[in-house]
Design a protein around this ligand. Sequence first.
Ligand SMILES: Nc1ncnc2c1ncn2[C@@H]1O[C@H](COP(=O)(O)OP(=O)(O)OP(=O)(O)O)[C@@H](O)[C@H]1O
Ligand SMILES: [Mg+2]
Length: 179
Amino acid sequence: MHFTLADLVTDITQNGAESGAALLELEISETPGGEFRFTVRDNGKGMGPDELKRAMDPFVTDGIKHPRRRVGLGLPFLIQTAEQSGGGWDIKSEKGKGTTVSAWFDAGNVDMPPVGDIPGMFRSILMFRGPGEIHITRRGRGGGYEIRKTELTEALGDLEDTGSLVLLDQYLRSLEEDE
Ligand SMILES: Nc1ncnc2c1ncn2[C@@H]1O[C@H](COP(=O)(O)OP(=O)(O)OP(=O)(O)O)[C@@H](O)[C@H]1O
Ligand SMILES: [Mg+2]
């Protein structure tokens, strides 16, 4: 299968964006030892224990968004990928409060998917409608960097304008290059 960790993180972050959250936070870190780790935190609708169990079950899907799909992707796919490649995961959710999803992957493991396009992923995530604010924290081999959607919008205008999109793309790629 051809998918990247960036695809997985985007999918999980999209759930946070669709949760009714005012604030969506994403942290991505890569250590020199080759561990890739991310945390997505939202203050959206959250899930009760049964709901969370269902969302983590690979054979259950709510049937609303994808009436013909029998197998859910999302969390079950994340769990399966992390476990198969020697990594791990942690999911906490509280009804009415929000959800936090973390997972980590060992770059030394042959079954770890490629990391993929990090700046491209940040761009997709910053375009998600819903949350009033999106914070991205990137920690890598260098000092890392932080992105706040409200600050970007102040500087570039509406991120969906064609001109802003090009600038946003250049800006995100330059951050990652200097990192
Ligand atoms: N961060 C979250 N906050 C609240 N509910 C969540 C969150 N993440 C997942 N869920 C619940 O789990 C369900 C399953 O999530 P999943 O990502 O597998 O499917 P989906 O988001 O409905 O569809 P898709 O991701 O394929 O577009 C969601 O419909 C939602 O009810
Ligand atoms: Mg989803």
